[in-house]
Design a binder for this molecule. Structure first.
Ligand code: NCD
Ligand code: ZN
Length: 347
């Protein structure tokens, strides 16, 4: 078996870069290997207008290391007050690549999200018409629904009705965590795709809860039981172009995670590619890694794949990564896959 793999430079189709000191501290971790990333708009306050997306994009570009080759693909945070004309203009001007739908209260900084889907109908119809993709955080927020069921219930109660009501709308179901979601995507038309995170290919809910609570494995949607993790691995390594990488790398300062009420989010930007190579090798699918990291996403977003290449080389000794990244906003623990990594990334 070959000890090197060469890939087109990967893109990350779901990334949290934050702002200020945190942004400056963690942006280099993504820019090192990724060429582009879909940037989540869940700042406080959220990025809701084209003008705000432009200003945020400029702050990201200013935070990148000298000479970095990294393009942030901006998104707008959909609220019940979003104006269709602003969205369409921002997309036409090349300022945004997508719009993000958070059900209100679903996750970190989602209080401004959508409660009444009828109120965003006009925006969604305009997006369908103009071909603007909608990125969806697919969990219901009904406190009566068990947290492990929220994604599956969202498909039936919200996503499927929404897609039927808005024909032609191009949707990315983000960070899918269940066999229900992968089956729904497979059974749908090419208008629907899904991103899969690195960590959901590695952990199940036991990693979070068995033998002590491990806050650095807690993210939303929360990891499910093992059968779901296996379904995600099967989807990611299937070669089906509707599945592609969105790391959902979501940094929080360690004190905010190691707390009586810890924040959701796994920070995987630093070692994602080594972990993915490990997972794809275990699944006998290293030849499909490039599709997942570098081809399927651009195809869905109707962007050209990157021309630059990176090489991954298998090392005899384990490849090490820093345990945490020290930022001006505090230390951020890097996701620990729990096994030794042997694939190193060369520029
Ligand atoms: C994200 C964050 O911290 O912003 N957290 C997470 O667990 N993934 C929000 C999100 O994408 O749900
Ligand atoms: Zn996210």
């Amino acid at each position: 078996m070959s000890d090197t793999i060469t890939l087109r430079r990967p893109d990350d189709w779901h990334l949290h870069l934050r702002d200020g000191d945190m942004l400056r501290g963690i942006a280099p971790e993504s820019a090192r290997h990724f060429a582009r990333a879909i940037i989540m708009p869940n700042l406080v306050p959220p990025v809701v207008t084209g003008a705000e997306a432009r200003a945020y994009r400029d702050r990201i570009l200013a935070a990148l290391p000298e000479g970095a080759d990294f393009t942030p693909l901006m998104t707008l945070y959909l609220t019940e007050a979003t104006e269709a004309a602003d969205v369409i203009a921002a997309h036409r001007d090349g300022l945004i690549a997508a719009v993000k739908l958070y059900p209100a209260g679903a996750t970190t900084n989602s209080a401004s999200g959508v409660r009444d889907f009828d109120r965003v109908r006009g925006v969604l119809e305009a997006m369908a018409e103009a071909g603007v993709p909608l990125c969806v955080h697919g969990e219901v927020t009904d406190p009566g629904i068990d947290i492990f069921d929220r994604e599956a219930v969202f498909i039936d109660r919200v996503l499927d009705p929404l897609r039927r009501a808005t024909p032609g709308l191009r949707v990315v179901m983000e960070h899918v965590t269940t066999a229900d979601a992968t089956a729904y995507v497979r059974a749908s038309s090419s208008d629907l795709a899904a991103t899969i995170t690195t960590h959901h290919l590695v952990i199940n809910r036991n990693h979070i809860l068995a033998g002590g609570i491990r806050p650095h494995y807690y993210c939303l949607p929360v990891a499910k039981r093992e059968s779901h993790r296996l379904a995600l691995r099967a989807a990611a390594t299937s070669g089906d172009a509707r599945f592609f990488l969105g790391t959902d790398s979501a940094p929080h300062p360690d004190p905010a995670k190691e707390s009586a009420c810890g924040c959701a989010g796994c920070f995987t930007a630093t070692n994602t590619l080594s972990i993915l190579a490990h997972v794809f090798e275990e699944e006998g699918a290293l030849d499909l890694l490039e599709g997942f990291t570098s081809l399927n996403g651009p195809a869905f977003y109707r962007l050209p794949p990157n021309e630059a290449r990176i090489t991954l080389r298998r090392q005899a000794e384990p490849v090490t990564y820093p345990a945490r990244i020290n930022t001006g906003a505090g230390p951020v623990t890097v996701f620990d896959p729990g096994f030794a990594l042997h694939w190193a990334i060369e520029a």
